[in-house]
Design a binder for this molecule. Sequence first.
Ligand SMILES: [Fe+2]
Ligand SMILES: [Fe+2]
Length: 213
Amino acid sequence: MKLKNQEVFKEVYEEYYQLHSSWKAIPEDHYYYLHREWFFPNHIDLVLEHVMNLHKNYLPEADLEVSMFAGLLHDSGLVYKRDEPSPDGHESRSCEYAQLILEKHGLDSEFIEAVVVAIEATDAGNVADSKEAELVRNADAYSHLTSVHFWAKAKFAREIGYYLSWLEKKIHTTLSKLTIQDLIDEITPVVDRYQDMLTKHKENMGSKFIDRM
Ligand SMILES: [Fe+2]
Ligand SMILES: [Fe+2]
């Protein structure tokens, strides 16, 4: 499928790709999962694929151009102007970066505003205020629950206990972002299974089999 702004999209993709450091430049313990050789194939590109597929199959009324630019730039705040370990609030930095780069590439303000609205909806605390926002929010959440994302986060986390309690919250908030019923039906059993594993883990920690006989 071709976008109307295909050439601009490719230029913005390439420029944003360069905003993320290469794995060669980031020490292993510093936001390692954000290096571009990892983050693009394992998150951004997947989100873009899901935007296209979900647009075709479920939300054809959403503007594909707006949704694709929002999908591309929705996590740019994970690196743009980031000066703290917490990713909290990265969506508003993503909006700022999107505004800057899209203006620079000559896109009009109405288009950019629609992109910003869609990026804001990737924040779990916000709601989807447009069809594009709904599309990008679903694509982002679906990507996390159908890729190696959570395994990678485990590898890049410092401590397994901290990671597992983060994971337990994350699987539920991510599932709650889905609004397309087929995706909810597909993913709910996966999240239930993750939850069973985490519950079993907590039950078994701190006790021995022989004490439970
Ligand atoms: Fe995000
Ligand atoms: Fe994301």
